[in-house]
Design a protein around this ligand. Structure first.
Ligand code: BG6
Ligand code: BG6
Ligand code: GLC
Ligand code: GLC
Length: 917
């Protein structure tokens, strides 16, 4: 019993001594947590540097864009060829992705040797060899007659400008074929394949092994957005936000970046942690001074590092009694598999003895323990360094996503990671320590990079096909210059047509006289009430105009009009309006004073005078019964009477376009056009009386409310209407009516977008082909959402968040498409609106016989005000289509209410004058 204890004591003492000895000797290889954090930070800086356009040329870590933009989503399918060159083994494969709609991948593969005379000989011969192996594979598998796309896994740093091209920056690891560096390996291989006349293969994708690994793992776990190789070489890739990748155009979505972290330190950034062994190993390598980080980590070098340490220890008399064997002196005699074997938990010591004996040494028990510990320190350092760099990537992902906790998956491959007994555990532990705010899952790639490469190839062909389908839809919304000129001409014709007496009741662009004959002249004064009904908000206002000073004070209150009332009976609607007026008067303490009132009513009315107008038909979201054909001023008067609480003097009925023109005209006398681009779309302008056949008199001007929203109701713009416009029209309150408005205004743009999204989803191009209840809901995309989604300042994730808030569960890729759809729809709207406006200003210019016309347009409406691009595109279009007109756009800040009050003031003055006469 005692002897056993003594033995145990002796052994643990021996072990302790050896470990202490090695620890002292390799002090420099043991990295503290602080050092690792420091390395992690250095690597973060390296990534920044590599991603920045100006710094990239001198950056050691190249951060290479891969042009892989999406991880697999399960819809990949097809049959592909794959080559896998650059790891410990060279393979040719046939990959069948997704059989019978299942997520399933079938692979058949064949390994081929890579003799050193091939991989370190002449470059052309290397590619010919690869092509020969492929030909052989195709022959054995009976594939020669087939035209198959090929994905090439090529595990070396390549500069890519597209998926199917890659210029070799430099060979690494064991390869050093002449004349390949700085050439495109895809065309090199393609050329070599041409020697085989019976082979028809198209290389669709060039993929680094890290990328292949990430894609392989992402096929099973969609959270996988990092790929790491710890094999012959070491490297990592991850999904980076496009907005951070200076080297590639475009800001949307993400792209996989091949970091080529093996080159970390090539600029001297790691000199403080490199040891004499690292330097010696580097000097004896194929690429001295290069891949310095890789040389401290990967399988090709780990055994050699151990050998160099053992040799030095032996020389110092710390091992093998100072004896060295010739094998120990020979480069490459200790390999990574030896290191792994010596570190095995149980058999490790026995393995160590065996391996050392094989090296011609005579190790003591103490030597074996010491050698085992050397292996541990070297491989531990490797895992630590890998962990530090990986932690930097995870931190970057977390920062990009702006999340407090990152949940992600890292796909890993490589012989060192796979065969070393402790490596994965150590790596995982250190990563979790360095980035405690990340929940990382490590997923071992079971089937190598090629499965992922096939996925990239499949994704490439899918994206290509889908892009084509999406482009086809968006193309329907792209108007050519000729089409816009045509719209302008047609609008012009409609304007002329509507002004003629004989056509007046038939016209679709109704050209309604408003009985507003002049702009304010500054002499207006008094206190007025105003109503503003028909836009987004219903308002009641008190407007105080002080004469001479062109100053106006306004008090207003917004009231809601419930849907039930908008679409109930006319009586209910007008009673509700009067109720709101009563509330306002109460609120302002105004009851009893019968103030003159201007009624902004944003619907088409046939006016007989300034205070009389029959509603022609509801538009937008209103549909109250018993109003069409009725004089709305009368209806309001009757409702006031019904209430019998107060009296009001309704002086003027005003369309919102007219109110807007007046509001702006108060400040700029050149403002002779009023434009609304809001819930609805409409325009009014000052027309010469002589052109207005329906109203007597030829002198002066009168404002015409064009009601251009009805443009196209006679079918004249069917050529540019799409199936989506038809769909929106059919689902509206007024089918067949207001066709131009339905292509240009806020109430409908979102609906058009929704119809397109439904269609794209049906085609399987969006939302994973699932049409959600939400997407079926009318009106989900209000103007404000469209405006937010299209804002340039918004990162894709924010777009995604908006969509999610709307209840649409979208991926980043979906979000890109949604944004594009919104862009196409709103762009067309702005252009169409611009073409209409160009028709009006050109008409005015020609009517006045002017070479150049200078005119101001007063504008209002949420679409114009909120949308990030609408106003600009509108203005550009007008400039292009009416180059002889100098059009100033003046935003109405105060709404139509102010203009309505001004009109009321003028009307009141005339009324008074008439009475006095
Ligand atoms: C394999 C991949 O699984 O892992 C290769 O298919 C890759 O493409 C390799 O290069 C990395 O490991 P190793 O150890 O073979 O270099
Ligand atoms: C407001 C006007 O500013 O703009 C309303 O006061 C008008 O009269 C409205 O109808 C138009 O914009 P929207 O987007 O509210 O319909
Ligand atoms: C080397 C190559 C790199 C590859 C890695 C792992 O570092 O340069 O492209 O990913 O080895 O195989
Ligand atoms: C609708 C109305 C019109 C109004 C426009 C803007 O087109 O018919 O009268 O001016 O919307 O609100």
């Amino acid at each position: 019993m005692f002897a056993v204890h003594l033995m145990a004591f002796y052994f643990s003492k021996l072990k302790e001594d050896q470990i202490k000895k090695v620890d002292r000797f390799l002090y420099h290889m043991r990295l503290s947590d602080d050092t690792l954090l420091d390395i992690m930070r250095r690597f973060q800086a390296e990534m920044e540097k590599g991603l920045a356009k100006d710094m990239n040329p001198t950056a050691a870590v190249k951060m290479l864009p891969t042009f892989v933009r999406a991880i697999p989503d399960g819809s990949e399918k097809g049959e592909f060829l794959s080559l896998d060159l650059g790891g410990s083994k060279f393979r040719v494969l046939k990959v069948q992705v997704a059989e019978e709609g299942k997520r399933h991948v079938q692979m058949e593969s064949q390994f081929y040797p890579t003799p050193s005379e091939v991989i370190r000989g002449n470059g052309t011969e290397l590619f010919e060899y690869v092509a020969d192996c492929l030909a052989d594979f195709m022959k054995t598998k009976g594939l020669k007659h087939k035209k198959l796309p090929l994905g090439l896994t090529f595990s070396f740093p390549c500069r890519q400008t597209k998926l199917e091209e890659g210029v070799l920056i430099s060979w690494t690891k064991k390869f050093k074929a002449r004349g390949v560096q700085d050439t495109d390996v895809v065309s090199r291989l393609t050329k070599a394949m041409r020697r085989h006349k019976d082979m028809d293969v198209d290389i669709l994708a060039l993929v680094n092994d890290t990328v292949g690994t990430m894609m392989t793992c992402a096929y099973d776990d969609p959270h996988c957005e990092v790929g790491v190789i710890i094999g012959t070489g070491t490297n990592a890739c991850y999904m980076e936000d496009m907005s951070n990748i200076d080297l590639v155009e475009g800001d949307e979505g993400r792209m996989c970046i091949n970091t080529e972290w093996g080159a970390f330190g090539d600029d001297g950034a790691l000199e403080d942690i490199r040891t004499e062994f690292d330097r010696e190993l580097d000097l004896g390598s194929l690429n001295p001074g290069k891949q310095l980080f890789e040389k401290m980590i990967s399988g090709l070098y780990l055994g050699e590092l151990v050998r160099l340490v053992l040799l030095k220890m032996a020389k110092a008399g710390l091992l093998f009694g100072g004896e060295k064997s010739s094998a120990l002196h020979t480069k490459g005699k200790i390999e990574t598999r030896h290191v792994a074997a010596m570190e095995k938990y149980k058999e490790g010591l026995a393995n160590a003895r065996e391996i050392l004996v094989d090296l011609g040494l005579e190790p003591s028990e103490a030597d074996c323990i010491a050698v085992q510990h050397v292996c541990t320190i070297v491989s531990f350092r490797s895992a630590n360094l890998c962990a530090a760099a990986l932690a930097a990537i995870l931190t970057r992902l977390q920062e990009n996503k702006k999340v407090e906790r990152l949940r992600t998956t890292v796909g890993v491959d490589g012989t060192l990671y796979k065969i070393h007994p402790q490596y994965p555990k150590r790596l995982h532990k250190v990563v979790r320590k360095l980035v405690p705010s990340c929940d990382v899952r490590f997923l071992l790639s079971e089937s190598g990079s090629t499965k992922g490469a096939a996925m990239v190839t499949a994704v490439a062909s899918r994206v290509q096909a889908q892009r084509k389908q999406i482009d086809e839809v968006l193309a329907l919304f792209r108007l050519t210059q000729e089409q816009l000129v045509d719209v302008q001409a047609k609008m012009r014709a409609e304007l002329e047509y509507g002004l003629k007496k004989k056509n007046h009741t038939l016209a679709t662009v109704r050209m309604l006289p408003t009985y507003v004959c002049g702009l304010p002249d500054g002499t207006e004064k008094g206190k007025f009430l105003a109503l503003d009904l028909g836009g987004t908000n219903f308002r009641v206002l008190l407007v105080k105009i002080r004469s001479g000073r062109r100053s106006v004070r306004m008090y207003n209150k917004i009231f809601a009009i419930p849907l039930g009332i908008m679409q109930g009976t006319g009586e209910e609607l007008f009673d509700h309006i009067v109720q709101c007026i009563a509330d306002f008067l109460d609120y302002m303490g105004l009851k009893g004073a019968p103030l003159p009132l201007g009624f902004t009513f944003s619907f088409p009315c046939r006016q007989m005078s300034i205070d009389k107008g029959a509603l022609i038909g509801w538009t937008k979201g209103f549909k109250a019964t018993d109003c069409e054909g009725e004089d709305v001023v009368d209806m309001l008067r009757e409702a006031i009477k019904r209430r019998n609480e107060f009296d009001l003097d309704i002086v003027a009925l005003v369309n919102d376009t007219v109110g807007t023109m007046m509001t702006c005209g108060y400040e700029d006398p050149n403002c002779e056009i009023g434009l609304i681009a809001g819930t609805g779309s409409n325009l009014c302008y000052m027309e010469d009386m002589r052109n207005i056949e329906m109203v007597e008199g030829d002198d002066g001007k009168m404002c015409i409310n064009t009601e251009w929203g009805g443009f196209g109701d006679n079918g004249c713009i069917e050529d540019i209407r799409t199936r989506y416009d038809t769909e929106v029209d059919e689902g509206s309150l007024n089918p067949g009516k207001q066709r131009y408005e339905k292509m240009t205004s806020g109430m409908y743009l979102g609906e058009i977008v929704r119809q397109i999204l439904i269609d794209l989803t049906k085609q399987g191009l969006l939302f994973r082909g699932q049409i959600s209840e939400r997407l079926r809901t009318r009106g989900i995309f209000e103007t404000k959402f469209l405006s937010q989604i299209e804002s340039d300042r918004l990162a894709l994730l924010q777009v995604r968040r908006i969509l999610q808030e709307l209840g649409l569960d979208s991926t980043c890729e979906d979000s890109i498409v949604v944004k594009e759809v919104c862009g196409a729809v709103s762009r067309r709207a702005a252009q169409l609106c611009g073409a209409g406006l160009a028709a009006v200003v050109e008409k005015r210019r020609e009517d006045q016989g002017l070479e150049h016309l200078k005119i101001t347009v007063g504008v209002d409406g949420t679409l114009y005000k909120l949308h990030p691009h609408f106003s600009r595109i509108l203005q550009e279009t007008v400039k292009e289509l009416a180059p002889q007109c100098d059009v100033t756009f003046m935003l109405s800040e105060d709404g139509s209410g102010k203009g309505a009050a001004l009109i009321t003031a003028v009307a009141k003055r005339i009324q008074q004058a008439r009475k006095e006469n």
